[in-house]
Design a protein around this ligand. Structure first.
Ligand code: BES
Ligand code: MN
Ligand code: ZN
Length: 494
């Protein structure tokens, strides 16, 4: 999809979106207040409720054959979110009606800055057009003439530069988002740790600023990653540790480290999961996929900072060699772990990956993981769970999430919860009881993050949709990119 920005006379196009605000009475709010549109409006045929779409033909004084009237609702209820949802609907409608290129006239009467509207519009168009049909033998054609170009029409010349900048940025973010969603939507047989590692290596050849290396099981063994390696023992697919280094800043600048859980399929191991919805455990690599997406976007955006991505990847299956409940392993940190439940595998690979990041002397470390079903119970599918050993870092992440409309919510990381992780046989157990499962999982990880400032994002409830809309969301790519952009511009009190 090509996004362009224009100002002045509206370019000739096959489709045009004009927005109407349902205010005190009706009015045509846009720069294109033509007589026919005005007439149509005054007849009161278009209520302009939030998301109302009406495709109008025959408005011959406009430079488009089809004009889509888009309702934004009452002025005081319009937000970047509601605007985004409306645009998403409009873009779907245009696409279904064979519009190949369209102009969206950014509304001027919402009280929201043009740049913010533009960002929302690009993200919305991207959501509307996303498809994952790699695995269909005959991908359904959405249209003979798919929408390939969207021009954002700016009313005020003053806004042009800001809108242009935001559109370029958001389009780059969309590249990362798409990579994340595509990898995450792939089934477990087509996205093994080995395949994921190859995909990462391709990124390394694609971007000069991105250096990618992959550690194999013998190397992980030699390093002493006994905890990470315990997860793949029941699988025929060897584990991989993927390391991506993006260098956009001075060589000696401390990097931000992103550590992403990438269990390409989580059957639970010997502590086998129930069958219902087990297919969704192909999404257990969404944390790792988000790290790949964010690093690709950093390279696209050429952010002037350094970022390291560490992605431990493995399958978690039962098998003759699989780790058994009660087994004790030695982590890279030297701490021994009693594995009481092999389904609590995410923390087992993350703890070694976190210890591994120490060598990069990171400014901060953020891990991203579909870690606990308990997080879905606590926060549902709206907020990502956030826990941190540093409150400034937590605040910066929360703020980035707000700004990016990809929100997180903080849970406490009090030691008082850690009692349950005590083991009679090893330094620590990998599970506690059922209470506060999200927090005890993070407390387990916190034993491996004492040497740096660290935050943990539990994306179990936000990384994918179930049911009819089943598929990866790409979260929290936008949150992380916003955080990194804030960090790059020094707009972060860290
Ligand atoms: N990948 C799962 C967490 C998960 C479950 C995410 C359902 C999204 C939906 C993780 O590896 C896991 O199995 N966690 C266990 C931990 C428990 C054994 C302490 C869980 O949440 O049940
Ligand atoms: Mn599990
Ligand atoms: Zn898992």
């Amino acid at each position: 999809m090509l996004y362009t920005v224009a100002h002045g006379s509206v370019p000739a196009t096959t489709g045009m979106i004009v927005c109407a605000v349902q205010d005190e009475g009706w009015r045509i709010p846009n720069l294109v207040g033509t007589a026919r549109l005005q007439q149509l409006w005054e007849r009161g045929d278009f209520p302009a409720r939030q998301g109302d779409c009406l495709l109008a033909y025959g408005l011959s004084d406009l430079p488009a054959r089809r004009v889509l009237l888009l309702g934004l609702g009452q002025a005081d209820t319009i937000s970047v979110q509601t605007f985004g949802r409306a645009v998403e609907k409009a873009v779907r409608t245009l696409q279904a009606n064979g519009v190949a290129d369209a102009v969206l006239c950014l509304p001027t009467q919402t009280g929201i800055a043009a740049a913010a509207l533009a960002r929302s519009a690009v993200l919305a168009a991207d959501r509307a057009l996303y498809r994952f049909d790699q695995c269909k033998s005959q991908p359904e054609a959405v249209s003979d003439t798919p929408l390939t170009q969207l021009t954002l029409q700016v009313a005020q010349a003053d806004d042009l530069a800001a809108v242009q900048a935001v559109v370029t940025q958001t389009a780059a973010a969309c590249t990362g988002l798409k990579l994340t969603r595509d990898l995450a939507n792939l089934p477990g047989n087509l996205c093994t740790p080995g395949i994921l590692a190859e995909r990462a290596q391709q990124l390394g050849t694609q971007y000069a600023t991105l250096e990618v290396s992959v550690l194999d099981e013998p190397e992980l063994e030699a390093l002493g990653m006994g905890s990470f390696l315990s997860v793949s023992r029941g699988s025929r697919q060897p584990a991989k540790l993927i390391v991506l280094r993006y260098t956009g800043g001075p060589a000696d600048a401390a990097p931000v480290a992103l550590v992403g859980k990438a269990v390409t399929f989580d059957a639970g191991g010997i502590s086998l999961k129930p069958a219902a919805k087990m297919d969704e455990m192909k999404f257990d690599m969404c944390g790792g996929a988000s790290v790949l997406g964010v690093l690709a976007a950093c390279a696209e955006l050429q952010l002037p900072i350094n970022v390291v991505g560490v992605v431990p990847s493995s399958e978690n299956l039962p098998g003759g060699h699989a780790t058994k409940p009660g087994d004790i392993v030695t982590s890279l940190s030297g701490q021994t772990i009693e594995i009481l439940n092999t389904d609590a595998e995410g923390r087992l690979l993350l703890c070694d990956a976190l210890t591994y990041t120490e060598q990069f002397k990171p400014a901060v470390v953020i891990d991203i993981a579909t870690l606990t079903g308990a997080c879905v119970v606590a926060l549902g599918h709206e907020a990502t769970g956030l826990m941190a050993n540093d409150d400034d870092l937590a605040q910066a992440i929360l703020a980035a999430g707000e700004a990016a409309q990809d929100r997180a919510w903080q849970l406490p990381l009090w030691d008082d919860y850690a009692e349950v992780l005590k083991s009679n046989f090893a330094d620590v157990a990998n599970v506690g009881d059922r209470a506060a499962g999200t927090i005890t999982a993070a407390l387990f990880l916190s034993r491996f993050t004492r040497k740096f400032r660290w935050a943990h994002l539990d994306i179990a409830g936000t990384a994918w949709h179930s049911g009819k809309k089943k598929g990866a969301t790409g979260r929290p790519v936008l949150l992380l990119l916003q955080f990194l952009q804030n960090y790059a511009t020094g707009n972060l009190s860290l």
